[in-house]
Design a protein around this ligand. Sequence first.
Ligand code: ADP
Ligand code: ZN
Length: 613
Amino acid sequence: MDQPGTEFPGLESARKVLRTVFGYDDFRGAQAEIIVEMINGRNALVLMPTGGGKSLCYQIPALLRDGVGIVISPLIALMQDQVDALRAAGVRAGFINSSLSAEDYQQVMRALRSGELDLLYLAPERLSQPGTLELLSSLRIALFAIDEAHCVSQWGHDFRADYLSLNVLHQRFPHVPRIALTATADAATREEIINRLELHDARHFVTGFDRPNIQYRITQKRNPRVQLLDFLRREHNGDAGIVYCLSRKKTEETAFWLEQQGFTALPYHAGLSAAERLRNQQRFLREDGVIVVATIAFGMGIDKPDVRFIVHLDLPKSIESYYQETGRAGRDGEPATAWMVYGLQDVIKLRQMMDDSQGGEHFKRLERIRLDAMLGLCEITSCRRQALRQYFGEEAPDQCGNCDACLNPAPTWDGTLAAQKALSCVYRTGQRFGVAYLIEVLSGLESERVLQNGHTHLSTFGIGRDIDKSQWQSVYRQLVARGYMGVDHNGFGGLYLTSKARPVLKGEEAIRLREDVQEVSSRTSKTSRADVGMLPEDRRLFESLRICRKKLAEQYDVPPYVIFHDATLLDMVHLRPLNAQQLLSVNGVGQGKLSKYGEEFLRIINEHELDLV
Ligand code: ADP
Ligand code: ZN
């Protein structure tokens, strides 16, 4: 029992649930505060990055308050997994959505009516169906959790019309506390969430957007396939990850090619049949070490905690997308890599796509600003994490120690003269040629087309012989990325000067450019803690535990991580628990999982210990 007058009523009981049910030692970040807020019947708005631990913020209060906690979530495909994970921990949970059979539906209803559920996941469209509100009115409700709350925003990409009617919850159940959660919300979206969901009195919890276990790396595109292969072989052999590409065709080609190289790789994009998409997603969730090569259509609500890497083979359109996509790595807190290759062609392609898009001028302007911020992130020579955090309005130290800029700083050089040559070559040739041509002129190449255009007579012909072709590409890429030049609409990538170019040409502005260096891998083998300096006998035990987990996962028909995360297995390897009591001290083992799976794992650890003596 809590002592009367403690500062945070309910905190002690919450901590107890955290330990006994979920098997974790301590709350993370603002979890404790949020949970106390809910337990005491108040509303909350939670902004936390993906993997930050939002679920516990409503799950624990739902267990501690009288009645059932109702979770509104648009991610129907995930409900089964979420409920499975809760049941594995011994929590009485269920869901209602369109995928439920009539029989299962009846069973959930029975459990609800007899007060046997602690948590019920509900698809938003259910609320507008006849009978649902009446049903809810007849129940004792602990709280409402509105997950992915940004879906209420009509300006966002994930807008769901059903979310607009969620204000009915406040109107019909004014005394039930509500919590709205999201990982993506700028100030405007936040306002919209508050207004539409009538959360004016809710306390806001905006918690750290930093994901320290993710290593951010952005490198120049040379030969993307070779670079990718090298990255995977060196650092992520056998790991699960996502590779993002811009086009459907490229996802299929890349997946096929990775398969030929011996990886398990599956394509995923909106053009595949629903059945095939589901199958590939299921394999990604349930098998070890599957790579999904996807367009952005893949990812929202993918709850797999052990995604070890995110690769971008094409440039995302904004920092928001980049951050959301990379945020799918390392939700379990173990080391993960966000690795991207990008080049001049990406910049040209995206600039053109935006100019040609259907949206109004205002929309296009916003898109351009977002793309420029993304390009800025690619070209900076200072800490990437600092730039990311500052973009989301957070303070951050100059050095994070876990991004390419910190680990392997790119040298810079005085590119003023080179920039002047590059820009004036654009000007002299009439502001309509692409980079390949401009480099021919600068290098003094008497190619057929240069001769044909009579450009051998230009003052810029051959003034760039001191620099090689790849370096000129780098100069142009950086100048375009920083907005000194724009890209033509005609589809040929012709460059023209912007007003920013003037001061450079007149010698009023100096320019420092980054020197493109070949990426040196900062890690020799895998990232995951599992492989770093593990003794052979530990390795053997870890593998046995994984096999045991796989067997149980098949038996219970759930993904392996629903049984235990890798981090929990690693903890077992380090602590070597030999009885139930000791097993409970392992991070991620609560009472529920102990009684369900404990015996099997203990048997393996004991056998292993016997082998050693
Ligand atoms: P989100 O919904 O914010 O993306 P989740 O709620 O799925 O994140 O949590 C991410 C992961 O972190 C989950 O695997 C969860 O079990 C784990 N986790 C959450 N809170 C804690 C904690 N206090 N201690 C240890 N692990 C936690
Ligand atoms: Zn850094």
